[in-house]
Design a protein around this ligand. Structure first.
Ligand code: SIN
Ligand code: FE
Length: 290
């Protein structure tokens, strides 16, 4: 199981070591772990690392692609501006890291909001479906993506040196073998109704349906949670990691203060499109899913 995490030396965000060799690992659903890639705080930014800088109504603070900040409860506009500047600096570094790792992705990448997560994970109270302490692959009920990839860069900036503790699970192929046979069948009329009721932002394809079934199937199976192949990985403060979170099975058990950048990519723009969850599921089922 230890091969699900690939450690990459080097402390330059823009020049990851042996980048070429890492793309196949990333596209195989592994987690690339950069122990020496630290997000440096500038003067005064340590004061932004507190739980109550997040609005109690939001789960995270996010910086949208257009530069607008959401979910913050900063003391004043100056503090909000400094918060936006800090998150934006992480966005630039995260994008440089992906550009260095996979230069061929660049023209195809679509930037999603950047998030700052200042709350302690271990004590969060949530429904089982929203509980990211259970192993899962990312899939979002209201946002069908028709196979588009979810590539994420994470950095732990905990000032007290606390790790962000993840569990990393088995391969996507193994998850699909186990949970696709248990999935409820797709119903196109239901997808149209969800769209009409605006429960979903676009039509939920069979791919989106299956990904949600995998997400819920994994999270809802306590025996699977405890006994399936997995490793616990405490990502130290001052480290960074990257994965396709729609493919790499993950759970977050503890930690506070993390930044996360999401980038979207059409599977056709991968170095190996056949490695995508869409291709894996289509091969398994023998039909188109979007
Ligand atoms: C997740 O994507 O499941 C959460 C990851 C984290 O907050 O560390
Ligand atoms: Fe997740």
């Amino acid at each position: 199981m230890n091969d699900r995490i690939v450690t990459v030396p080097g402390n330059d965000w823009a020049k990851p070591a042996s980048a070429q060799a890492l793309v196949p690992e990333l596209e195989a659903g592994k987690v690339l772990y950069f122990p020496e890639l630290r997000f440096e705080l500038l003067n005064g930014e340590a004061a932004l690392l507190r739980d109550d800088i997040r609005s109690p109504k939001s789960r995270n603070i996010s910086l949208r692609a257009d530069g607008q900040i959401a979910g913050a409860a900063a003391a004043d506009t100056d503090e909000e501006r400094r918060l936006a500047a800090m998150i934006s600096r992480f966005r630039i570094q995260a994008c440089a890291l992906i550009d260095g790792l996979a230069p061929s992705y660049k023209p195809a990448l679509r930037l999603a909001p950047t998030s700052f997560r200042p709350s302690q994970v271990a004590s969060r109270v949530q429904s089982w479906r929203a509980d990211d302490r259970r192993l899962h692959v990312d899939a979002f009920p209201s946002r069908p993506n028709h196979g588009e990839r979810i590539l994420r860069v994470f950095t732990n900036l905990n000032p007290a040196g606390e790790p962000r503790v993840w569990r990393v699970g088995e391969s996507f192929e193994a998850i699909a073998q186990r949970f696709v046979p248990r999935a409820k069948p797709y119903a196109a009329w239901q997808a149209r109704a969800l769209r009409a009721l605006r429960v979903t932002k676009s039509l939920r394809s069979e791919y989106d349906h299956l990904m949600l079934q995998l997400h819920d199937g994994m999270k809802g199976d306590l025996d699977y949670q405890q006994h399936s192949p997995q490793v616990t990985m405490p990502f130290p403060a001052g480290s960074t990691w990257v994965c396709y979170s729609d493919q790499a099975s993950h759970a977050v058990m503890a930690g506070q203060f993390m930044m996360e950048q999401t980038l979207h990519l059409q599977p056709q723009a991968q170095v190996d499109p056949q490695a995508s969850p869409l291709a894996i599921l289509e091969r398994q089922l023998g039909r188109r899913l979007t």
